[in-house]
Ligand binder design. Structure first.
Ligand SMILES: NC(=O)c1ccc[n+]([C@@H]2O[C@H](COP(=O)([O-])OP(=O)(O)OC[C@H]3O[C@@H](n4cnc5c(N)ncnc54)[C@H](OP(=O)(O)O)[C@@H]3O)[C@@H](O)[C@H]2O)c1
Length: 350
């Protein structure tokens, strides 16, 4: 490990805190940042971070402070990313620092891929959006399914999620609403098409039986589209619990009614617990199935939040210690071995 360190932006949030705890456990040097001074100082003390910085995307000049020391990787956990993420990733690329984030918002991932790829290459940064349970596990699973198929081109790659149990944090609930209430992208016969969450249904064979899933705008679509070897890519979701309600509201009526719904959703979210309890986290389960023209890989595990912290910390450790490929990349294309990494973070692969 070099003397370089990671900077965690959004360290005051639930996921940011888990990321700090994981970096500390792994012995990765890190600093913390957020927009509220007192909370950022508290987080620095709680996790023994080396340094604390106050920076606010609403005042982009303050973001320069994120790269004032030995920062080599910026980990952004501040979301919704469509609301506050852009100035942060732009500032990281401008500073020539690597960037990883926890976004689950596919339009944000596409925006970064389309607009910052050239600058990231020129500045020598590796930029990875969605280095989290969503969508790193699905990206690795798709990569394994494609390798298993031994083909050069793929007619269709499908990634389907089954999520059960568990609760969500305020940030996640707001991000789900942001993501599902606006049009996003599907990849169909070599082109992006604008689609809204839930526009299509499909029966997906999971290990526990076939289930109906709704089309969901997930990041793997952008990752797969950028490979240049996949004609069509689709992502589906089977979901239960409170997040399913947000999915239904926002997917079905969210787009036309979004301006009216936003304050109602914000009030509903504020009335929920700020983050899932330890028992909810333990009870949560995911199964992610990736299919590539007949070849199939199944991954499964629990506690999406803890897993996200493990995945993004592993990514930061990798970028601090290795010469990874530069530019805007997907989680599966920065040189981490999929099987080994998935098992090291506690995900089962079949
Ligand atoms: N892809 C995945 O699998 C995955 C997994 C976990 C989390 N996530 C995503 O990660 C993000 C954070 O989740 P969380 O669980 O940590 O939520 P959270 O506990 O509500 O924390 C949200 C964080 O974002 C910061 N933030 C929010 N709005 C901001 C703004 N306008 N400017 C600057 N900072 C802002 C908050 O700062 P303050 O403390 O100052 O409010 C806080 O640090 C969400 O977008 C969530 O969807 C994704």
């Amino acid at each position: 490990m070099s003397h370089d360190r990671a900077m965690v932006f959004g360290a005051t949030g639930f996921t940011g805190g888990l990321v700090c705890a994981t970096l500390r456990r792994l012995g990765v040097p890190f600093a913390v940042a957020g927009r509220r001074r007192q909370e950022v100082e508290e987080v620095r003390e709680r996790f023994g971070a080396e340094h604390a910085v106050v920076a606010d995307p609403a005042a982009p000049a303050t973001l320069a402070g994120l790269f004032g020391g030995r920062e080599r990787v910026l980990i952004s956990c501040a979301g919704p990313f469509l609301r506050c993420g852009w100035p942060v990733v732009e500032a990281a690329v401008e500073a020539g620092v690597h960037y990883l984030d926890t976004t689950g918002e596919q339009p944000f991932i596409r925006m970064v891929a389309d607009q910052l790829g050239g600058a990231a290459l020129a500045k020598g940064s590796t930029v990875v959006c969605g280095m989290a349970m969503e969508f790193a596990v699905g990206d690795w699973a798709a990569q394994l399914a494609m390798r298993r198929a031994h083909m050069k081109r793929f007619e269709e790659v499908v990634v389907a999620y089954s999520l059960t149990g568990g609760g969500v944090s305020h940030g996640t609930a707001l991000s789900i609403f942001e993501m599902f209430a606006r049009p996003a992208w599907s990849w169909e016969r070599g082109r992006y098409k604008k689609r809204t969450a839930g526009y299509a249904r499909r029966r997906i064979p999971f290990p526990f039986g076939e289930r109906t899933c709704l089309w969901a705008p997930f990041g793997e679509i952008v990752y797969l589209a950028r490979r240049g070897t996949v004609d069509s890519a689709a992502t589906y979701l089977r979901i239960t619990g409170p997040a399913a309600e947000i999915f239904r509201w926002s997917g079905v009526v969210g787009r036309p009614l979004k301006p009216l719904l936003r304050p109602l959703v914000a009030a509903w979210v504020a009335a929920q617990p700020a983050h899932p309890s330890p028992s909810q986290r333990r009870a949560s389960r995911f199964t992610i199935v990736a299919g590539a023209d007949g070849s199939r890989v199944v991954t499964s595990g629990s506690d999406s939040y803890g897993l996200t912290a493990e995945i993004i910390a592993a990514g930061a450790q990798h970028l601090l210690s290795n010469d990874a490929p530069r530019g805007v990349r997907s989680p599966a294309t920065i040189g981490l071995a999929p099987r080994k990494t998935l098992s090291s973070v506690g995900v089962m692969v079949e």
